[in-house]
Ligand binder design. Sequence first.
Ligand SMILES: [Fe+2]
Ligand SMILES: [Fe+2]
Length: 332
Amino acid sequence: MIQIQCTGCQKKYSIPEEKIPKGKTLDLPCPACKTVIRIQTDASPEPVAEAPPEDTVPGNELMMKIVKASKALPPMPQIIAKATEVLSSDKAGFKEVGEVLATDQAMATRVLKLANSAYYGRTTPVSSVQQASALLGFQTLLELITVVSTSKMMGKRLEGYGIEAEGVWRHSLLVAMGAKMIAQKRNPDLVNDAFNAGLIHDSGMLILDDYVVEKRAAVEDILGNGKAIQNAERQIFGFDHGEIAAEFFKRWKLPETQLHAIRHHHEPSASGGDMLCYILHVADDMANREHTEKNFVFDPDALAAIGLSAEETDAMLEEVREAVNHIMASMG
Ligand SMILES: [Fe+2]
Ligand SMILES: [Fe+2]
């Protein structure tokens, strides 16, 4: 077997020796990212060395180093930690979540403002956290808390990627709302995971931004050749923003199902057929009609994987945009 590695997405492949003609140059498109992999063989081919185990791959070492040093994302907000604990422990924990919220008046005020926005708002104005929970339900209250507590984190300008703060936040909300609506339609059990993963799916860009600034010329070169941003990251760093975000959020103890979907959000075919990952990818494609992520590549099998038509996602996008406009307007 001859081991080859794609210079675009870093995937490794094994090819039987007899399939490669001796003394010839062979250009093969990478099945994953379509980068052309050139294989040159002498009269007596020299096999490339066996790939090292994953934890010693240089890209992986660099990723761990960056995650460790990262100050781009805060530690897990206490309120989210409490909400996650309550959700996973299966007990009605509104009281505990309410108590944590009561210790942060600024956040409670923002949550109530959002609860009264045109998207969440009901005819009766909501004036207390208890009332919000009673009128909107505990799940929706948690959604409001998640939006408010991540808005600061996901609303930062990305200099290296060339995206303004408002663009980053809008994209995050579009993917969160899109993923939530798709899950409501196709797999209601995934609604909560879809919303949360959607909101932070691109936070790896926040972690990588300073490094992308340093490599801006190389990144632009790769993008200029029509490659997607994740291909540029993999080529330069050995991993992409989905992988580094998933690694970072292990610290937040997010459920593995969310980490897995975030890790593969640009390449759902590598997720082992994970439904949440396909939902995230389709929501990302819908949101990227505003071109936030450069040269976004849509997996042609993704719609079939979640059982939606292009017409359905088009109609859904209108609804998603309206919801996001209302949420952004109410948050100022
Ligand atoms: Fe992304
Ligand atoms: Fe995205």
